[in-house]
Structure formats: C-alpha cells, structure tokens
Design a protein around this ligand. Structure first.
Ligand SMILES: [Zn+2]
Length: 99
C-alpha cells in the first residue's frame, strides 16, 4: 500500500507549520529549521505507525540523514537511559541467552 499520498502531504505540511524547528537540534540547544517530517518508530509499512501523530517529529535534513538512517539501518535506537539500559527495547542487550 502506498502511504505517501495526499493525506500524508497534508499531515507533513501542518506538522512543519506547527513545529518549524528540528527536534534533535533543539535537544542540543541548536536552532535549525526543520525540513523533514520523520517517523520516530520506523513504520515499515504500518498504517497505524505511519499516521500516528505521536510517532512524528520534525527534523532538519542533516539530523534525519545521520541519526535516523543509522537507527533504521542497524535497527536499534542509540543511547541509554539513566540506569545504563539501552533506550531501544529491541536491543540485543535485552535478549535472553539462547542456551
Ligand atoms: Zn537537526
């Protein structure tokens, strides 16, 4: 199913109007104009994830290409919580030993 149609274009446009700055740059205290509307959890064709507004963030081109592509390629979210556990629940760290 093709998800990037008119509905997505409207969502994307409204999002960029409402959140014109890059969310990742903002965390670092940097103000950068956002140009990309990104899915926080990769949707991988899931309509629910794709159209879930809480799964969206606006990013600049640079953040989208570096940070996000790496996450999507490796399949893991980088970083740890305060206890040192990976942020990504699917991280191999959480896997039970095979034997
Ligand atoms: Zn950025």
């Amino acid at each position: 199913m093709y998800l990037y149609g008119n509905t997505w274009r409207q969502i994307r446009y409204k999002r960029l109007v409402k959140f014109p700055l890059c969310a990742l740059c903002a965390e670092l205290g940097v103000t950068t104009a956002a140009t990309v509307v990104d899915h926080i959890v990769p949707h991988r064709g899931s309509k629910e994830l794709f159209f879930d507004s809480s799964n969206l963030q606006t990013l600049c081109e640079h953040c989208h290409n570096s940070h996000k592509q790496r996450q999507e390629k490796s399949g893991t979210l980088l970083g740890c919580d305060a206890e040192g556990n990976p942020l990504d629940a699917m991280h191999p760290w959480f896997r039970q030993p095979v034997e």
